[in-house]
Ligand binder design. Structure first.
Ligand SMILES: [Fe+2]
Ligand SMILES: [Fe+2]
Length: 198
C-alpha cells in the first residue's frame, strides 16, 4: 500500500461534489489511462491510479480560492506560474491531495504538482501522468491519443510522446496569440534533445 489513508471511493465522491461533470469524467479517464500507461512502462500502477484520479482535484475551485491557498499555504510557487490562471490548480491540487486525502507519497504529489506546465528533467512517473492527462479517452482527441500510444511502444517512447504534447501545446499557444512560459520552451528543448538521442 502506498497511501494507507486513501480511500478511492471516498475520493471519487469528493470529486463528484467538487468538479463539474466533464472534469469528473476527465479525472476518471486520466486515472484509467495512467493505469494503462503504468502497466506498459513498468511503473507503479497503484500510484498511477491515485495520481491520475486526483491530478485535477482543485481544477474547479474559483481563482480567488486558488490564489489564497497559494499565498497562504504554498512557498514553492514561482511568479511565472501565476501568469496563466489555468495552471494555478496544479500546485493547489497537490496541496489538497496531501491535506484532505493524506497522500504523502512524493512521487504522486510531484506528478500532480507538475502536470500542467511540466518541468525539465521530469521523472518517468511525472511524464506518464502528464501524458495520461493529455490523451485520456473520455474527453481528449482520440487521433492524438492513438498517435501517442504508438510512440510509447518505441525506444524512448515516453519522451517522444511528451515531445508531441509540447509541440501541440506550443502550436496552440502561437495560434491563439497567447504568451509562452519560458519553462514550456525549456521543457520543449529538453525533450527535443532527448528525443534525438533515440
Ligand atoms: Fe489539470
Ligand atoms: Fe487534467
Amino acid at each position: 500500500m502506498v497511501c494507507t489513508e486513501f480511500n478511492i471511493e471516498e475520493a471519487k465522491n469528493w470529486l463528484k461534489d467538487n468538479l463539474n461533470e466533464e472534469r469528473y469524467n476527465h479525472s476518471i479517464g486520466t486515472m484509467e489511462q495512467a493505469v494503462e500507461l503504468a502497466g506498459m512502462l513498468n511503473l507503479n500502477v497503484e500510484k498511477a491510479r491515485i495520481a491520475g484520479l486526483m491530478h485535477d482535484c482543485a481544477k474547479c475551485f474559483p481563482n480567488d480560492k486558488l490564489l489564497k491557498i497559494i499565498h497562504d499555504e504554498l512557498t514553492d510557487v514561482q511568479d511565472y506560474e501565476l501568469v496563466n490562471y489555468k495552471t494555478l490548480h496544479a500546485p493547489v491540487s497537490a496541496y489538497i491531495a496531501k491535506t484532505e486525502f493524506g497522500i504523502t507519497d512524493p512521487e504522486i504529489l510531484s506528478a500532480i504538482r507538475w502536470h500542467t506546465l511540466g518541468k525539465v528533467e521530469m521523472t518517468d512517473f511525472e511524464k506518464m501522468i502528464f501524458l495520461a492527462d493529455k490523451i485520456e479517452k473520455n474527453t481528449r482527441n482520440q487521433e492524438f491519443r492513438d498517435e501517442c500510444m504508438a510512440l510509447i511502444t518505441l525506444k524512448n517512447g515516453l519522451s517522444l510522446a511528451m515531445f508531441r504534447c509540447y509541440q501541440e501545446t506550443i502550436k496552440s499557444l502561437v495560434d491563439r496569440k497567447l504568451a509562452i512560459c519560458h519553462i514550456t520552451i525549456s521543457v520543449y528543448n529538453d525533450l527535443l534533445a532527448s528525443s534525438k538521442m533515440v
